[in-house]
Write a protein of this length. Structure first.
Length: 243
C-alpha cells in the first residue's frame, strides 16, 4: 500500500481554502455550488461544507465514501467515475481536484468533464505531482515515476513496496496540455515565494528558494515537484453564482 507524502487532509483543505479565497478576492464562497472529484473519505468536502452553499463529493470507490461519511444538509456523496460526471453542464461554481489526476488513466476525459460541469467563469482548484519529481510521493522511492511502468513495477517489487505501479503522473508540459481548455492561474511559485502566508512547511531543507527573484522561481516551474493551480473556465471575469 502507498501513502501520500502530503499534508494532512485538514491542512490540505486549509491550503485550498486560502488559495481559492485569494483568487476570488471579495467574492464569497457561501453563494457557490461546489464539487470535489476524487473525494476519498470526504474530509475536504466536509471542511468546505461549512463554507459553500452546497458541495457534492464523488469517488469511484463507494466503500471508502460510505465508511466515513453520510449525506447530510448541504453535503452529499456518491460513487461516480470522473470520466462521466452525473451532473448537468455548467452547474458548479467551484470544483476541487486535489492530488487526484495521477490516479486516473483517462486524464483528458476527466478534465473535459470538469470543464463541462463548471459554469462559464467558474473555477477549478487543481493540484498534482510532476512526473519528474525526485522522490515519488506515494511510495517514497527516488526516480520511481521517471521509469516506464513495467520497470517501475519491477522496482517496487525489488524494494518490497508493492506489485504494480499504478500511478500516472505527467510532466509539466503534458499537464499544461491537459488543461488547454482553461485559463491557468499559477499559485505554485507564490507558495514558494511566501510559504508562511500559505501555511506551507519548508520541504526544501536548507534551500531557501523564496529568496530568489520571482522571475527565476517562475523559470524553474517545469522542475517543481508539485503544482497548485486555479483553472478558470474560459477567460471571463468571475461573478457570483446565479444558483
Amino acid at each position: 500500500m502507498f501513502t501520500h507524502h502530503t499534508a494532512s487532509r485538514k491542512n490540505q483543505a486549509e491550503k485550498i481554502h486560502m488559495i481559492v479565497t485569494d483568487f476570488l478576492k471579495h467574492n464569497e464562497l457561501s453563494h457557490m455550488n461546489c464539487l470535489e472529484v476524487g473525494c476519498g473519505k470526504g474530509e475536504i468536502s466536509a471542511y468546505f461544507s461549512e463554507l459553500v452553499k452546497n458541495i457534492w463529493g464523488i469517488d469511484i470507490n463507494k466503500k471508502i465514501i460510505m465508511k466515513s461519511q453520510i449525506n447530510q444538509g448541504n453535503l452529499g456523496f456518491s460513487q461516480a467515475n470522473g470520466t462521466n460526471l452525473p451532473f448537468e453542464s455548467s452547474f458548479f461554481d467551484l470544483v476541487l481536484f486535489p492530488q487526484v489526476y495521477e490516479h486516473t488513466l483517462n486524464q483528458q476525459l476527466v478534465i473535459n468533464e470538469i470543464h463541462r460541469v463548471l459554469r462559464p467563469g467558474g473555477i477549478c482548484f487543481f493540484s498534482g505531482p510532476n512526473r519528474f519529481r525526485i522522490i515519488e510521493s506515494h511510495y517514497f522511492l527516488p526516480f520511481l515515476s521517471w521509469l516506464p511502468h513495467k520497470l517501475a513495477s519491477l522496482y517496487l517489487r525489488i524494494m518490497g513496496k508493492g506489485e504494480v505501479f499504478d500511478i500516472y503522473p505527467r510532466n509539466y508540459w503534458y499537464i499544461n496540455k491537459l488543461m488547454k481548455g482553461f485559463t491557468k492561474h499559477d499559485y505554485t511559485y507564490k507558495m514558494i515565494k511566501d510559504p508562511e502566508y500559505y501555511k506551507i512547511k519548508n520541504r526544501f531543507g536548507p534551500w531557501k528558494f523564496n529568496v530568489l527573484p520571482t522571475f527565476i522561481v517562475k523559470g524553474l516551474e517545469p522542475l517543481f515537484p508539485n503544482y497548485n493551480w486555479i483553472l478558470q473556465k474560459e477567460n471571463e471575469k468571475y461573478s457570483h453564482s446565479p444558483f
